[in-house]
Design a protein around this ligand. Structure first.
Ligand code: NAD
Length: 409
């Protein structure tokens, strides 16, 4: 089988930090073939092609650029890039949240497998529609929740499902991004009417608690605190969410853009779960920011949020020197892309009449987040938005034939 072509749609932060280098590494190993990158502006794609960290890691590799010159914006160019691919290749969607639905739908209609960054889409109705479209065509949609591929998540999942933690009862999760985010492009879109700290980053730990336990969230209330960005726009920059699960367990999730720029590490984050089994308690604690490394450099290494005293994570995404050429990406950011791409290949290698069954198995296994097995994330987002805009009122999630959300009572 010829290695598939891959089109990466979107050339921003996540494309630079994780997705493009992961795809280049797969290309280097012969797993994928030609690579295209499409953004709205030529300058974005050029910046990606010239990015020093990527050039250093992949000195001999390149991608086809769309748009090629300095022109832009070209909001619909990605449609022709996807149309120019032969059918049943791979589209990787790394666009802003509100554009995922349209881009995924376009890719599916052109018979392409899809890997999409989180959050998949903005509501459960869109997720159901796209799932139907993909299944009818024997195509995979993999949602890129990369924390699932952190070995500690997989360890916890296995042990929980072996009964070692008993039953989850209470927990808390924290993910605070650095203060300087307020000065970035965030201030133009992450405003009260569009999003909030819980919607943007809370989904990671809601997804992980499901991934570990198999439980489903049934109600959400989110208390948000408004704050002003430097440009005067207002956002819910602090959020405290209570997520109740279908066994009655409760997870508290705190999110903000508040972690001091002077603090080590790119953010602070972690998960604690208190559980019970028989006549004893059980406890799970993941410190997801501090992973045991403390570095004090002779100078600040530079880059957004960098500090002279640092606590780098070796686990998400790092480049290591394995003797060249260039550098090799390691960590769960790479592993996640590798896994999703190989699932597309597995599906493509299967006889067409067996693909439906294989897709059902992928849903059922639940390692790859698919629309079918991670739709609760869309419902939590819908419920969270309704709640935060109504002063933290409790919103109930309903599953079944017509999944949806409503205020309690
Ligand atoms: N931990 C995670 O899983 C994680 C982390 C960061 C971002 N994300 C998600 O990734 C997505 C992108 O985030 P980002 O931080 O890279 O954003 P970004 O703003 O840095 O990049 C977005 C890119 O999309 C491009 N774009 C916008 N409209 C386009 C169009 N019509 N056609 C082609 N390109 C277009 C822009 O040019 C830009 O290159 C978001 O959905 C975000 O939530 C996920």
């Amino acid at each position: 089988m010829k290695p598939p072509q891959v089109a990466l749609i979107g050339g921003g932060m996540i494309a630079h930090d994780q997705i493009l280098p992961s795809l280049f590494h797969l290309q280097r190993q012969g797993v994928i073939g030609e690579l295209s990158v499409c953004a709205q502006h030529g300058r974005t794609v050029r910046a990606l092609a010239e990015a020093p960290a990527i050039r250093k890691a992949f000195p001999t590799q390149s991608f086809r650029s769309f748009p090629s010159g300095d022109s832009g914006p070209h909001p619909n160019l990605y449609k022709s890039v996807l149309a120019d691919l032969p059918p049943r290749q791979i589209a990787v969607i790394a666009l802003p949240d509100q554009l995922h639905y349209e881009a995924v739908r376009t890719a599916l209609e052109l018979n392409q497998h899809v890997i999409c960054v989180k959050p998949f889409v903005l509501n459960a109705r869109q997720s159901e529609e796209l799932e139907r479209e993909a299944k009818a065509r024997g195509l995979l949609i993999g949602v890129e929740y990369h924390k699932r591929f952190d070995d500690r998540s997989l360890m916890a999942r296995r042990r929980y499902r072996d009964g070692l933690f008993g039953e989850f009862k209470l927990g808390c999760a924290v993910l605070m991004e650095k203060w300087y985010y307020r000065h970035s492009n965030f201030q133009n879109w992450c405003t009260t009417e569009n999003s909030d700290a819980f919607t943007y980053i809370g989904c990671h730990y809601v997804d992980l608690v499901h991934f570990i336990t198999g439980l489903l969230p049934v109600s959400v209330s989110v208390y948000g605190i408004k704050d002003r960005y430097p440009n005067g726009n207002e956002g819910y920059l602090w959020a405290d969410a209570r997520v109740v699960w279908n066994n009655g367990a409760c997870l508290n999730v705190q999110n903000s853009l508040s972690f001091p720029d002077s603090a080590p590490g790119t953010n602070t984050q972690g998960l604690t779960m208190y559980c019970s089994g028989g006549d004893t308690g059980a406890w799970l604690q993941h410190d997801d920011q501090y992973r045991g490394l403390r570095y004090a450099y002779v100078r600040n290494p530079g880059g957004p949020g960098a500090t002279q005293f640092a606590e780098p994570s070796p686990d998400y995404f790092q480049y290591v020197d394995l003797g060249g050429p260039g550098l090799a990406p390691v960590g769960y950011g790479y592993k996640s892309i590798d896994f999703l791409v190989r699932e597309c290949l597995r599906l493509e290698a299967a006889a067409p009449e067996t693909r439906g069954k294989l897709l059902d198995q992928i849903d059922e296994t639940g390692v790859v987040a698919t629309p079918a097995n991670s739709r609760f994330n869309e419902l939590v987002m819908e419920a969270g938005r309704l709640s935060i805009l109504n002063g933290g009122k409790e919103v109930v999630i309903e599953y079944g034939e017509k999944p949806g959300v409503r205020f309690r009572g």
